[in-house]
Design a protein. Structure first.
Length: 276
């Protein structure tokens, strides 16, 4: 399996409270191989969904024998196989292991706490003896997964075809003006240059409708029509052949007090998310 971070991209979250060290009594504690806060590995998914706040996911994605339940507000994706929870993924910065590993920390935090991973694939590090998955972006942890090593989840997740289809990278965004102190200030324009590498067997189109910008509050935006005035704009007529890569740009109008967090590509079959 070449990619896992695409799978994780199905879970979007708001920027939450600052990171803090976890303690065993902390409701935000991650225990590798066992639990994420109150959620536990190995329980029937129906039992998990009886807990307040976890009854109805925002999105359900099925790939082979695996079901992904995405809870956007919590920043958590629950991975289910045979009606049981086999993995818990999070982009929520408040969750931490007892050694301080969590989203928003340098990748070196994980290696310093747990040593070298058992395996590494692109931006993904697997600690199989612990049941811990760390996904990196720009030297920072952007997602963390908890799983049961006995379930051999790395093999299970290989069934997710879209994880091998596309690889998205982005340049730092440019803004029409500095962020306003007032949250409700007038919109400002943010322009993003995107590169999509196609690792599937079919061509991919750089249709602007396939891209979504997410701000640091978790809100999503479609492209602004002013994008199409630029020669380098993403367009549906731009085709990326298998094995090739292509770049384009899009402009988004976001609230004056907000900043861009990530870009998502989703054409209905393939999905990836790139963080700034």
């Amino acid at each position: 399996m070449r990619r896992v971070n695409c799978i994780l991209a199905l879970s979007l979250c708001a920027t939450l409270a600052p990171a803090r060290a976890a303690s065993p009594a902390d409701g935000w504690l991650m225990v590798p191989g066992q639990s994420l806060g109150a959620l536990r590995i190995g329980v029937p998914v129906r039992a998990m969904q009886q807990n307040p706040g976890w009854a109805q996911p925002d999105r359900t994605h099925i790939a082979g024998t695996i079901t992904y339940l995405s809870y956007s507000r919590q920043g958590v994706t629950v991975v289910v196989r045979d009606e049981h929870v086999v993995m818990l993924l999070t982009t929520n910065e408040r969750y931490r292991t007892d050694r301080g590993v969590g989203v928003g920390q340098p990748v070196s935090t994980a290696t310093g706490a747990y040593g070298a991973p058992a395996a590494g694939e692109d931006r993904v590090q697997w600690y199989d003896t612990l049941g811990l998955l760390v996904v990196a972006g720009g030297g920072t942890i952007i997602r963390v997964g908890i799983y049961d090593p006995k379930a051999i989840v790395r093999v299970i997740l290989a069934e997710e075809r879209p994880a091998r289809d596309v690889f998205l990278t982005v340049r730092a965004p440019t803004y029409s003006r500095a962020a306003d102190a007032a949250v409700d200030g007038p919109p400002r324009l943010v322009t993003v240059t995107i590169t999509l590498k196609n690792t599937s067997r079919t061509s991919k189109a750089l249709n602007p409708n396939f891209f979504t910008l997410v701000d640091r509050s978790g809100k999503s935006y479609h492209y602004d029509k002013s994008s199409l005035r630029k020669a380098e704009a993403c367009r549906s007529i731009i085709s990326v052949r298998p094995g090739a890569a292509a770049s384009c740009s899009l402009t988004f109008a976001i609230p004056g007090g907000q900043s861009a967090r990530s870009i998502i590509f989703h054409d209905g079959g393939s999905i990836d998310e790139a963080y700034f």
